[in-house]
Design a protein around this ligand. Structure first.
Ligand code: CA
Length: 223
């Protein structure tokens, strides 16, 4: 997994990153809340380990902001405080789990693994991004109430983007998740399908954003 660690204590950040890298994960460390927010919004992460007390933007505010943006990446919040009200405020802000410092690395790892099993593509829900509604079990898509006819692959691509609105997906990862790891990494099929989706979405085409060198993202229009 690609994991973002937002932690201002260098020693703790290094301890977590080294341990997770030894387990085969790739880690990026952000040393304050503002950098953490930027990374989380524009990076391609499977999970975020988020310290609660951070300079610039604290962990609770950061988490609330990410959820308000529509980002569903699982968040494990770390804290030096272990009072019930601190746990509750973290969870209310949209964190998926909570771990008090000092913690045992094995416990951190177990919680990360549990979160990653719960995360990912959920097949039993309706995903809403602005006027777009993706009915996952029914495999139907509506835009402002009107049905949009999609092929199976177009649906899978849109569902992937809708499952983590606000998060950029690289072509490589889209290819991997929608077409499978056997797909030729040199192919431009992702770009072709994104333009088809945009055409079919018509007025909703602007929901799919492109960032050069980063990838694609589905984002609700700003109010
Ligand atoms: Ca801290």
């Amino acid at each position: 997994m690609q994991i973002l660690i937002v932690e201002d204590e260098e020693r703790v950040a290094r301890f977590i990153a080294r341990g997770l890298e030894a387990e085969g994960h790739r880690c990026q460390v952000a040393p304050d809340g503002a950098q953490g927010l930027r990374e989380a919004r524009h990076g391609d992460y499977d999970l975020i380990v988020l310290d609660r007390m951070l300079p610039a933007i604290d962990g609770v505010a950061l988490c609330r902001q990410l959820r308000a943006d529509g980002l569903r990446t699982p968040v494990l919040m770390l804290t030096a405080l272990d009072a019930v009200e601190d746990r509750v405020s973290g969870l209310r802000a949209g964190a998926d789990d909570y771990l008090a410092k000092p913690f045992d690395f094995d416990e951190l790892l177990a919680r990360i693994e549990a979160l990653s099993r719960r995360g990912g593509l959920d097949s039993s829900e309706t995903l809403e991004v602005g006027p777009l509604c993706v009915d996952v079990p029914g495999r139907r898509v509506t835009l402002a109430g009107s049905e949009v006819e999609l092929t199976a692959l177009e649906f899978d691509l849109l569902r992937l983007l809708a499952s983590s609105a606000g998060r950029y997906w690289s072509r490589e990862r889209i290819l991997n998740r929608v077409w499978g790891s056997a797909a030729d990494p040199e192919t431009n099929v992702v770009d072709v399908y994104v333009s088809r989706l945009r055409r079919k979405l018509g007025e909703g085409a602007g929901l799919i954003q492109t960032r050069r060198g980063v990838g694609y993202c589905l984002q609700a229009p700003a109010d």
